[in-house]
Design a protein around this ligand. Structure first.
Ligand code: 13P
Length: 255
């Protein structure tokens, strides 16, 4: 397989700085420097520095959960790509459904962030996916297409392999309701086809597409065995070292 699997933990609004540092240390101790899977920890902003210290010299990467597209200025409460870079952040989750829903983020705004992240050498993890109502209305693939095409507008052939896409059906997030492997693979294959149309097959084959939505040790192996599922963006199961490490092991076994 030419694509290295990725297991990324989205801690969401959990883990104050001290707890985050401790969790990162536990994960580092278990995994060590050698790993065949790309691992990314995405703590809240306040824990980035502490987690970054715990990851120093390790193979595990540091990610943020959001950023603002501008470099600096009067944007109260926001953080720029450049600021994240000074904390050794390498990845940033963008367009998560919780940001689309609770903070009214649009595709156009998310696209600005994707472009700004790439300009500053941050790898965006662009989240896409339909709500339950959209799935029931039969518009899953149309929604995924809109999220992918609008989110990637202006991303060049030189940049696209630095983008990671996460398919996260909204109805599966935090609900314990995981997409069936067939539902997930269908969406992933569709995203790969969209990437092929936009960038050509050789580049599309290199882009990693993660699944997110109630992924846990019990269901990971089956999902990760699918042809176009290149890893996971994990919420709940990333908050404990034991389950997160089990997911890394499942990705290692599936590679
Ligand atoms: P859960 O794994 O808690 O369902 O969350 C998934 C998610 O939103 C990751 O970004």
């Amino acid at each position: 397989m030419i694509r290295r699997k990725i297991i990324a933990g989205n801690w969401k609004m959990n883990k104050p700085a001290a707890d985050g540092g401790a969790l990162a240390k536990d994960i580092v101790e278990e995994i060590g420097r050698e790993t065949s899977v790309d691992i990314v920890l995405c703590p809240p902003f306040t824990a980035l520095q502490g987690v970054g210290h715990a990851l120093e010299g390790q193979a595990i990467k540091l990610g943020a959960q959001n950023m603002h597209p501008e470099k600096n200025g009067a944007y109260t409460g926001e953080v720029s790509a450049e600021m994240l870079r000074t904390l050794y952040v390498t990845h940033v989750i963008l367009g998560h459904s919780e940001r689309r829903t609770y903070f009214a983020e649009t595709d156009a705004f998310i696209n600005k962030k994707v472009l700004a992240a790439l300009t500053h050498q941050l790898k965006p993890i662009l989240c896409v996916g339909e709500t339950l109502a959209e799935r029931e209305a039969g518009s899953t693939l149309a929604v995924v297409q809109r999220h992918v095409e609008a989110g990637l507008a202006g991303v060049t052939k030189e940049q696209i392999t630095n983008v990671i896409i996460a398919y996260e059906p909204v109805w599966a997030i935090g609900t314990g309701k995981v997409a069936t492997t067939a539902q997930a693979q269908e969406a992933h294959a569709y995203i790969r086809a969209l990437l092929t149309k936009l960038y050509g097959a050789p580049l599309a084959q290199k882009v990693r597409i993660l699944y997110g939505g109630s992924m846990k040790p019990a269901n990971a192996a089956e999902l990760l065995a699918e042809k176009d599922i290149d890893g996971g963006l994990i919420g709940g199961a990333s908050l404990e070292a034991k389950s997160f490490i089990e997911l890394v092991k499942a990705a290692d076994a599936a590679k």
